[in-house]
Design a protein around this ligand. Structure first.
Ligand code: HEM
Ligand code: HEM
Length: 461
């Protein structure tokens, strides 16, 4: 049990701590522009930029010295930087990839939530063209094209650059009155299905809200809003985004709860019930009460909400149900678990004559034991795909700590060793059963040692 708690604890903290990229969760902010948040990744007045190396460099199509004294700001997130340059009545925005993932699409929106913020989504196409799509979404679902957005954005392919490890996509839009501008950003690693403005987008790897300060005056050590990965002094200053941590989104919290409940239910309670049966059944008839209690009355109220939270998280994230192996296996394992509960109740309530009189174990009893072990084995696999593949894939928060791996390996060895070790009592069990068969009854009454403890019939339990 202590081990179970350890697995749970490490699993949960590993998910929550997510060290290597773990902080790269979505909403929660990597603010720029003087935000008091310690996660702020860069501000134009940052003093951490390396010293100026040369007088003038060319960034994008603009000589950086020309930008000194102009208004603009840059903010970097784990996957992209957004640069804003105020140019009279228009603002030029540059979305630049940090090269952490293949560029599928990059986007920003004016607002602080995914829902109801006008968005500008851009992506490069195979033929070297760039698509700009102005969209909006009413919830956390794929945004759809808005034919008449509040402000019309114009793509600037000539200022964009699609080559190299830090491709950038540029557009201009009429300025509004914003000085402190709340924006959202998103980065997708899969190229949309076509160059059409209404092409299907695959969900972002990561997204979040942040801020730009359009009233900021650009200085030499500011980041270059037209080439945000470098500063105006010309030096490449990698955005200090590593190690930041962002709060979990509501749907991510649901996944954490889903993981904890499923791990406890499937990998602690169910194995405990199976081990209890294996080790105790030839010694004390209480094994059956314990088995029944753990497998039905304790596991059910943990597993049902656990699996339901998996479905709820998929729904909340606007993702598609049963769209990958983890989701399909998850449903399958849950169905098997329900069947197993019914088989358990069935073998307990309906005893064929072969068992109640002859003490010969009917096939359904063997089936129950084998299905029980199969469910636990599948749950081991499922938990692994859950934390190893599904979590990074659905949240973009990077791999979780190796501690979860270690605990998983220990558990996957320990539980089978304990269970199969308990098979040493099989001989004793069969002997006890033999002794209670009608023709042996007289002999058994003599032997306390061989009085049956495997009883599970209603009159004994
Ligand atoms: C035996 C244990 C588990 C079972 C039976 C299970 C089952 C499920 C089910 C049924 C779904 C949703 C299916 C749908 O809506 O189509 C799901 C989703 C998910 N599960 Fe599990 N799961 C288990 C363990 C885990 C663990 C340990 C993790 C670790 C983090 C995890 C992470 C996820 C994630 C990330 C999703 C997708 C959520 C989203 O797309 O927003 N699962 N799981
Ligand atoms: C999904 C939950 C369950 C799992 C994973 C499970 C697993 C197991 C396993 C592995 C065994 C074999 C133990 C051994 O090595 O001897 C077993 C035996 C047994 N279980 Fe369950 N069980 C579950 C639910 C239930 C329920 C709800 C009942 C109802 C009372 C039940 C009744 C029994 C009985 C009567 C036996 C003895 C079968 C025999 O050997 O004749 N089980 N169970």
């Amino acid at each position: 049990m202590r081990g179970a708690l350890l697995l749970l604890g490490v699993g949960a903290s590993a998910v929550l701590a997510s060290p290597q990229g773990g902080g790269y969760g979505g909403y929660g902010g990597y603010g720029g522009g003087g935000d008091d948040d310690h996660r702020t990744s860069t501000t134009p007045t940052s003093t951490t930029a390396p010293p100026q190396t040369s007088g003038t460099t060319t960034t994008g199509n603009v000589s950086s010295s020309v930008l000194l004294g102009m208004n603009g700001d840059t903010v970097c997130t784990p996957y992209l930087c957004v640069g804003a340059l105020v140019n009279g009545t228009t603002v030029q925005y540059t979305l630049q990839s940090l090269g952490k993932a293949d560029l599928g699409w990059m986007a920003m929106g004016f607002g602080q939530t995914m829902a109801n913020s006008p968005m500008v989504i851009m992506w490069p196409n195979a033929d070297g063209s760039v698509t700009l799509s102005q969209r909006q979404a009413s919830a956390e679902v794929m945004p759809t094209v808005v034919p008449t957005p509040p402000r019309i954005a114009t793509k600037q392919p000539a200022l964009s650059s699609l080559t190299g490890s830090n491709p950038k996509l540029v557009y201009t839009i009429p300025a509004n009155t914003d000085t402190q501008q709340g924006i959202i950003w998103a980065f997708g690693s899969q190229r949309p299905s076509s160059a059409a403005e209404d092409a299907t987008l695959l969900q972002h790897v990561l997204s979040g809200p942040t801020k730009l300060n359009l009233g900021n005056t650009l200085a030499a050590d500011s980041r270059d809003p037209t080439n945000p990965i470098s500063s105006l002094s010309g030096s490449d200053t990698p955005p200090p985004s590593a190690g930041v941590s962002t709060p979990l989104l509501p749907y991510q919290k649901m996944i954490v709860a889903h993981a904890i409940l499923c791990v406890v239910g499937f990998l602690a309670i169910l194995p405990a019930g199976a081990l209890l049966a294996r080790w105790l059944r030839t010694f004390n008839p209480i094994w059956f009460k314990g088995h029944h209690l753990l497998q039905l009355f304790i596991s059910l109220p943990i597993i049902v909400p656990g699996v339901a939270l998996g479905f709820a998280a998929v729904h909340k994230a606007g993702a598609e149900h049963l769209s990958d192996d983890h989701m399909k296996w998850g449903l399958g394992i849950f169905v098997l678990y329900i069947i197993q509960l019914m088989v358990g109740e069935f073998i307990h309530t309906i005893k064929p004559k072969s068992w109640s009189v002859d003490k010969r174990r009917p096939p359904q009893n063997y089936f129950h034991a084998i299905l029980g072990l199969l469910i636990i084995a599948l749950a081991f696999y499922q938990v692994r795909t859950g934390y190893k593949t599904e979590w990074p894939k659905q949240t973009g928060r990077g791999e979780i700590s190796n501690a979860a791996n270690i605990v998983w390996y220990v558990w996957v060895v320990l539980i089978p060793v304990l269970y199969f070790g308990g098979l040493v009592f099989l001989r004793r069990q069969y002997k006890q059963e033999r002794m209670t068969r009608p023709k042996h009854r007289d002999e058994t009454s003599e032997s306390e040692e061989m009085r049956p403890r495997y009883r599970d019939s209603p009159d004994h339990s």
